[in-house]
Design a protein around this ligand. Structure first.
Ligand SMILES: [Ca+2]
Length: 482
């Protein structure tokens, strides 16, 4: 995955110079330098669009996240760059579309693919500007040495500290200590240690350790990825609620998902309180979001269609909350479409860091939106590329998609067919307008192909023309986790 043009970049990185250059605003030379904001990025795994109270859920309880919405900004049209884990994370780290990075599907434990160190990641960009950098939790941008793969861990991508992170796979429902994804992690909390509690505690510790700032903390939860397994007292609480589903595979009002989400929510409350107590709230951008849609076999993303592994809205539209008192106007809602590859340029701009010009960025800074939700971005189109050699086990098919304004087109690589929707009056993507509006369908299909060409993305032959009813990727285990 190394190319000749990257030799100089590697050389500069080795000198600690390749990551970023500092930009001191004009007129401030010699004056007191503005304080660089801390950045805390809290990511939930497989958390769908409709799970939070502030996104309309009436079963789950998310008081701290709902408070984030009232104290900050809530986005209605925030997208993941991919409908599964690894490509989302590749886009987050690089500011690029997964198709350009070359990671478009989730990485398997023995995968020869990993995020190339040729990239200048967002962690490296911020580290180069003096930020302390840390990841707590899920990485999923490499195969694992334990599975015979070349392992490229967060430390190779600009993270000073890697805490409670995997070295044998991605979690897979191992939520109680000892953790199967990393058996070397020593227990720290009293009683039966719960993974999300541990991550929350580590996050508060990290903030306190680096309160002098600036710091970049990536709190990457393993929850609420299946197999779901909440803390028993919380599960019992939700099982007793009216309308509760039964068991960890309930498709509606899942008590395990609710319990796991409550523990994530509690951590967000702990983080916000820590920032308030330390007097850091106004100097800290706190972000909460999810990496792809909810799994349709354990929840519903309604009013959105489908879920994880699909390019329908349920697979890629995510909750997104941003809080920074004094900068992000409280209680605001932003309806402009964004993608998670926008965080890279956004964080750089907020930190006064000029991105390394050799790191091509597909994202644009959404900082103007964070100051004024009605601001306009110089972009009206987002694209996705998700080629598969056979259907994902959750039902996702080999597809590409494009959203331009309110129009959305999905191209099915397996059948060659397209579907066209107008999201303004058909959020649930129920009325395919491709036949009724062939001009728009053709325009978007051509724009999508042009974007693929720009990214160097191809549709491999084995990702075209397969039988969409063929055997899915792999069978699901019905076993309850331990
Ligand atoms: Ca995920």
């Amino acid at each position: 995955m190394t190319t000749g043009r990257t030799t100089r970049r590697r050389f500069l990185k080795a000198l600690g110079m390749g990551a970023a250059a500092l930009t001191v605003p004009r007129g401030l030379a010699g004056a007191e330098k503005p304080r660089r904001p801390n950045i805390i990025f809290v990511l939930a795994d497989d958390l769908g669009y409709s799970e939070l109270g502030c996104y309309g859920n009436t079963f789950n309880e998310t008081p701290n996240l709902d408070r984030m919405a009232t104290e900050g900004m809530r986005f209605t049209d925030a997208y993941a760059a991919a409908p599964v884990c690894s490509p989302y994370r590749a886009a987050l780290m690089t500011g690029q579309a997964p198709a350009r990075v070359g990671i478009t599907d989730y990485l398997r434990p023995n995968d020869p693919k990993h995020l190339s160190t040729d990239h200048v990641t967002i962690a490296e960009a911020l580290k180069g500007a003096g930020y302390a950098t840390g990841i707590i939790g899920k990485w999923h941008l490499t195969g694992y040495a334990n599975h015979g793969a070349t392992e490229v861990p967060p430390a190779s991508h600009g993270f000073d500290e890697t805490i409670v992170s995997e070295n044998r796979g991605i979690g897979g429902g191992s939520y109680f200590h000892p953790y199967h994804f990393n058996r070397e992690i020593a227990k720290r909390l009293p009683g039966k240690e719960y993974l999300t509690d541990r991550q929350n505690t580590e996050a508060v510790d990290f903030i306190r350790r680096h309160k002098g700032g600036p710091f970049f903390l990536y709190l990457s939860h393993y929850a609420v990825h299946t197999r779901l397994n909440g803390k028993p007292d919380l599960v019992a609480k939700y099982e007793a609620k009216p309308g509760a589903g039964k068991g960890f595979r309930a498709r509606k009002n899942n008590p395990h998902l609710a319990a796991q989400l409550e523990t994530i929510d509690e951590g967000v409350g702990m983080i916000a309180k820590t920032l308030d107590d330390l007097g850091l709230a106004r100097d800290t951008i706190l972000v909460f979001t999810g990496d792809n849609g909810g799994e349709s076999n354990v929840t519903s993303n309604a009013p959105l269609r489908a879920g994880k592994s699909t390019l329908y809205e349920g697979g890629i539209r995510e909750p997104l909350l941003v809080r920074r008192p004094g900068t992000v106007p409280a209680g605001t809602v932003c309806r402009t479409p964004t993608s998670n590859f926008d965080f890279y340029p956004t964080f750089c701009e907020a930190a006064g860091v000029r991105p390394d010009p050799r790191q091509h960025l597909d994202g644009v800074s959404i900082l103007p939106l964070l100051k004024d939700p009605a601001a306009r971005l110089k972009r009206d189109t987002l694209c996705w590329h998700y080629p598969l050699a056979r259907p994902h086990f959750l039902g996702g098919r080999s597809t590409g998609a494009i959203r331009r304004g309110d129009w959305k087109l999905i191209e099915f690589f397996d059948t060659g067919k397209t579907e066209l929707y107008n999201l303004a009056d058909d959020l649930g993507e129920t009325n395919n307008l491709a036949a009724a509006n062939p001009e728009k369908a053709t325009e978007l299909k051509q724009a999508l192909a042009a974007w693929r060409a720009d990214c160097g993305a191809v549709i491999p032959d084995d990702c075209k023309d397969y039988d969409p009813n063929a055997r899915r990727d792999r069978p699901r285990s019905k076993k309850k986790p331990t």
